[in-house]
Design a protein around this ligand. Structure first.
Ligand SMILES: Cc1ncc(COP(=O)(O)O)c(C=O)c1O
Length: 464
């Protein structure tokens, strides 16, 4: 037994060290089936540990079937515990988890869809969390209904009816881990292999993947300054699902006109298809009031999707879907299969956050900040690219589209920009049918302050 050793500097308990080394020797065949183990007294003496340490390690091996003992005769390696081993990396002591401070600090990143992370209402959220965590009944820490906490569904339904003209009651609301999960549930629910799914083109890459993975026949329809060109939807091919972002087309920024909304609803009624309305950032509307939902026009055929990723933080992973009454049960069943339910404590904190008015105050405050950032970005672009660049899609949200007269944003240009310390997102990368958006870039301004925005545009100008 000279191959066993004890390292007292390790944080691993002695029993565990003995048990683990023996277990590995048995599995690897170093200790052969039927071989007699040293007596506990002998091994304890050899390793200079108390006999109890060896007794407990042997007990554990016995309980797991690695060894067996014969009364009065000692312990033996059991049959059938040998497993041919592959090279295994030695276990290194775990390092304490470090939270990454900031990656690639000096790159200015105009990534879209990221809110101002330094403006998260930490204090209020923390207070509410602590309060709920301390005072909630213990049942809150158990499993819950897949659909989500009623407290949150109630305040959300109320908010959506009031601010978005969504027609729903709390039973139609399903709490998800974000818009993306809502779209996944809708896809699993409605799309089978080869079903026709119509989407806008360009569109979010991750959402396109959802439909492709479902085996759908994907039919991208181009958008113009009024949103998806509804007249180009192949009605005769009987689409199963139409996915759109009518309040703020992602990524080009158009708002779908009422005429096209009416046409869309008519298509859904005539063909029996469903519309998935993704309302990812409509809260930050800078022109007029928030756009009413398409769902309000036809609640039986529209699945309304929303998220708190842009208003509060993507790390919360809270979103929701409002489904027609006929789809409540099957949507609930899919959510249950995916992850049982979204985390309850966060749901309760959010419900209280909305109920006490902090949510709408936060939106109000952030809207002012984002408006200033947007103005700064547009002014900087105008200053550095006079008569060369026009800005589009600025009515809503956390990004704009900058269209250049004389630049093609190839991968090479994007790479040169990174070398100059700025990351931009060519609109072409979101295009399904390539070629129409090569002179446009999507610039997110949610998570960059005005000083950084100005410097970022200077860096863009240094390259193009
Ligand atoms: C079009 C669109 N909808 C919704 C979302 C938000 O997804 P989630 O709520 O899952 O964070 C995104 C992600 O950025 C998006 O691009």
């Amino acid at each position: 037994m000279y191959w066993l050793s004890i390292d007292r500097r390790q944080k691993v308990p002695l029993i565990r060290q003995v048990y683990e080394q023996m277990r590995l020797r048995i599995l690897s065949g170093d200790l052969r089936q039927g071989e007699k183990l040293p007596s506990t007294r002998e091994l304890a003496q050899h390793l200079r540990v108390s006999r109890n340490v060896i007794l407990e390690a042997y007990d554990q091996l016995l309980a797991e079937g690695y060894i067996h003992s014969l009364r009065g005769s000692g312990s033996y390696v059991a049959q059938g515990a040998y497993l041919k081993q592959f090279e295994v990396e030695p276990l290194l002591p775990a390092k304490p988890v470090e939270i990454a401070k900031s990656e690639a600090k000096d790159i200015i990143d105009f990534r879209n869809g990221i809110p101002a992370l330094d403006m998260f209402p930490r204090k209020k959220w923390g207070q509410l969390f602590q309060n709920i965590c301390t005072n909630a009944p213990s049942s809150v820490f158990g499993y819950h209904a897949a659909q989500g906490r009623m407290e949150l569904r109630q305040v959300l339904a109320h908010y959506l009816i009031r601010s978005r003209g969504v027609r729903c009651d709390p039973n139609q609301v399903i709490i998800t881990t974000g818009a993306i999960q809502g779209i996944c549930i809708a896809s699993q629910l409605l799309v089978s292999e080869n079903d026709l799914v119509v989407t806008e083109d360009p569109m979010a890459i991750s959402i396109r993947k959802i439909f492709i993975q479902a085996g759908a026949a994907h039919y991208p329809v181009p958008v113009d300054e009024h949103g998806i060109q509804v007249s180009r939807i192949p009605v005769d091919k009987k689409p199963r699902l139409i996915y759109i972002t009518p309040a703020h087309q992602y990524p080009l920024g158009a708002t779908l006109t009422v005429q096209r909304r009416v046409e869309l609803v008519q298509i859904a009624r005539d063909t029996g298809c469903y519309i998935v309305e993704d309302n990812y950032d409509n809260e930050f509307r800078f022109e007029g009031t928030a756009v009413s939902s398409l769902q309000g026009l036809e609640p039986e055929r529209v699945i309304y999707i929303g998220t708190f990723s842009k208003i509060l933080s993507p790390s919360l992973r809270i979103g929701y879907m409002v489904v027609p009454p006929s789809l409540i049960k099957p949507s609930r069943a899919i959510k249950d299969l995916l992850d049982h339910h979204s985390p309850s404590l966060n749901q309760l904190v959010l419900a209280r956050f909305i109920e006490e008015g902090h949510f709408e105050r936060h939106i109000f405050k952030m809207k002012k900040i984002y408006r200033k950032r947007q103005e700064c970005l547009i002014e900087s672009l105008t200053e550095h690219f006079p008569h060369r660049c026009s800005v589009k899609g600025y009515s809503t949200g956390l990004h704009i589209v900058a269209e250049f007269d004389d630049v093609v944003f190839s991968d090479l240009v994007a790479a040169d920009l990174v070398k100059a310390g700025v990351r931009i997102y060519p609109a072409e990368m979101y295009a399904v049918n390539k070629g129409s958006h090569r002179n446009k870039i999507i610039l997110g301004y949610g998570n960059v302050n005005e000083e950084v925005i100005k410097e970022g545009v200077i860096r863009i100008a240094s390259v193009i």
